[in-house]
Design a protein around this ligand. Structure first.
Ligand SMILES: NCc1[nH]cc(CCC(=O)O)c1CC(=O)O
Length: 304
């Protein structure tokens, strides 16, 4: 490649920009480039613009990706960085996830109480995540769920202003914003994370082989294996951000274990299971097993 600058597209939120800088630094370190070799290009998405309506209502996860996909296809940017949690499982044919950065802390952190058990009776918890809402209500049916949106700083400010007694945020996002002391980490056995939580995905056009080779140098294969298993399960369920689904794959004693759970929105219905990943079909197999084991009232919620 010539010494021209390479343009990295990102959303404009503080977390997205922090993740773009991590990506730039990893790529520069891998190839011995100076920082200026990569230009970070913030791109406003519909999800950033529309802050006053629930995400599910204004079009779900595709909001975050569409604007960046368009910029990739138009050649306005050479590659793009996303929180993989926000990236739909089915991507346009011309776009490839060419690298994943090493996964950060996958847990959710509770802000406003030291544990879920310590939340006061009837506490109002601000979250717009159907997964977090259902998981919380399953453990604590007395809690009141209040929708809350906005970036990490906005949500923390809303909590301070008394809009809610507590909230849950991904540890990965808080840590990347240097908010290491904010909130109490909830173990994954109590709140199973969302598929891809804590993982950063870097995309480029599939036909851009030069870019793909450059990005392959920073691809974390362990993260990719786990995240691919989680995303295959979501894809098999046709699940998206409307779906209260937890999915987390991790290496244990040399084997990759995928654990997943499906819930009804109110947390009353629930099924959970795990499988050893030993081939490309294992995750889909777990999805099928969960649907079979689920009570019929839960199964219909997943369209089966
Ligand atoms: N849906 C918003 C979103 N997408 C990714 C993260 C955090 C970073 C990550 O999980 O990688 C967050 C915020 C949150 O859930 O608290």
């Amino acid at each position: 490649m010539t010494a021209a600058t390479i343009r990295l597209g990102t959303r404009g939120s503080p977390l997205a920009l922090a993740q773009a800088r991590l990506t730039r630094d990893a790529l520069c370190a891998a190839h011995g480039w100076v920082e200026g070799r990569i230009e970070i290009v913030p791109i406003m998405t519909a999800g950033d613009r529309i802050q006053d309506r629930p995400l599910a209502e204004i079009g779900g996860k595709a909001l975050w990706t569409k604007a960046l996909d368009g910029a990739l296809f138009a050649g306005d940017i050479d590659f793009a960085v996303h929180s993989l949690k926000d990236v739909e499982t089915l991507r346009p044919a011309g776009i490839t996830i060419a690298a994943m950065l090493p996964r950060a802390d996958v847990r959710d952190r509770l802000i406003g109480a030291t544990s879920i058990a310590a939340l006061k009776p009837g506490a109002r918890v601000g979250t717009s995540s159907p997964r977090r809402a259902a998981q919380l209500l399953r453990l604590r049916p007395d809690l009141i769920i209040a929708p809350i949106r906005g970036n990490v700083a906005t949500r923390l400010a809303k909590l301070d202003a008394g809009e809610a007694d507590a909230t849950l945020l991904a540890a990965a996002g808080l840590d990347r914003l240097n908010q290491h002391d904010v909130g109490a980490a909830i173990k994954v056995e109590e709140l199973l994370p969302a598929a891809s939580q804590g993982a950063i995905g870097i995309e480029c056009r599939t036909e851009n082989e030069t870019m793909r080779a450059l990005l392959d140098a920073i691809d974390c294969k362990a993260t990719r294996a786990a995240v691919c298993a989680e995303r295959s399960l979501l894809a098999e369920l046709d699940a998206d951000c409307h779906s209260p689904v937890g999915a987390y794959a991790v290496m244990r004693d040399g084997a990759m274990i995928l654990t997943a759970e499906l819930l009804s929105g109110d947390g009353a219905l629930h099924v959970k299971g795990a499988i050893v990943i030993d081939g490309p079909d294992s995750a889909a197999q777990l999805a099928k097993q969960l649907l079979e084991a689920a009570p019929p009232e839960l199964r219909v919620l997943f369209g089966k």
